[in-house]
Design a protein around this ligand. Structure first.
Ligand code: ATP
Length: 240
């Protein structure tokens, strides 16, 4: 059974602006599924709709139950956690306080256990746990944002452009950690990205988004061949 089934999902901003048009996809337990597309393709809107942060039409089924109309905090309680693009850490709080915020619905024991797991996974932020978050570099803030998501004990992590604004070396580091998370936990991930190479390192399957629609999909295994990769880029990610 799928962990997440998205059917016929549409997002409108006002009466005329349709950001997402009837998209459908499935995420199996422990799978990593990517939504890849250019700026404005509708990737963030899709993720926010699944997280319950913006209104949508269509249906989202998680773990066999329809989520229609459920508020975001209830979706978090069930295990759907959104890590926004642009990191959005709280600069004036310490690293540790930011992490505690992510586990606000957890018991004290769960929070302690998850905090230890996150600090172990991201030694860069563990070294600075009691310093203010604003002092961290972009890459460290991204790790903190992912760590904060993990504090909620997700079964499905919705990761919005973890590579955004990071130097290539840091992008690689963040993706290495994501691979480690993937190996060590029961987590499924929906990853939103513009970067095909990084997306391929982590994902099982890629859906290509353009103009609010899914215009194609490929198993990552089908893209190992350079010609096949180029063909997909030309077909799905070329000029809008
Ligand atoms: P990006 O990587 O630039 O965030 P994206 O693929 O995530 O791109 P969305 O942010 O989902 O795309 O945006 C899809 C469309 O919806 C775009 O045309 C965008 O201008 C529009 N849009 C996004 N947010 C709003 C909003 N709050 N109000 C009105 N239109 C919006």
């Amino acid at each position: 059974m799928s962990l997440l089934t998205v059917s016929d999902l549409s997002v409108f901003y006002g009466a005329k602006a349709q950001a997402v048009e009837r998209i459908e996809f499935d995420v199996a337990e422990r799978a990593v599924v990517a939504l890849l597309g250019a700026n404005g393709a509708g990737k963030s809107s899709s993720m926010k709709a699944i997280a319950g942060l913006i209104p949508c039409t269509g249906s989202v089924v998680f773990d066999g139950e329809k989520l229609d109309g459920l508020p975001a905090r209830e979706r978090v309680r069930r295990g759907i956690v959104y890590v926004p693009e642009g990191r959005a850490v709280v600069g004036n709080l310490t690293v540790r306080e930011n992490l505690v915020l992510g586990g606000y619905q957890a018991s004290a024991a769960e929070r302690r256990e998850r905090m230890a797991m996150v600090l172990d996974l991201f030694p860069e932020i563990a070294d600075r746990a009691d310093g203010p978050a604003w002092r961290m570099s972009g890459g460290e803030q991204q790790m903190l944002a992912i760590g904060r998501g993990l504090m909620a004990g997700p079964r499905l992590l919705l990761l919005d452009e973890p590579s955004l604004g990071l130097a290539p070396l840091l992008v690689r580091r963040v993706f290495e950690r994501l691979s480690a998370i993937r190996r060590e936990s029961n987590l499924a991930i929906v990853l939103v990205e513009q970067n095909l190479a990084m997306t391929m390192r982590l994902s099982d399957e890629i859906h290509f988004l353009r103009g609010g629609r899914i215009v194609g999909h490929r198993a990552v295994g089908e893209l190992r061949d350079k010609a096949a990769r180029q063909e997909a880029i030309d077909a799905y990610l070329g000029a809008a």
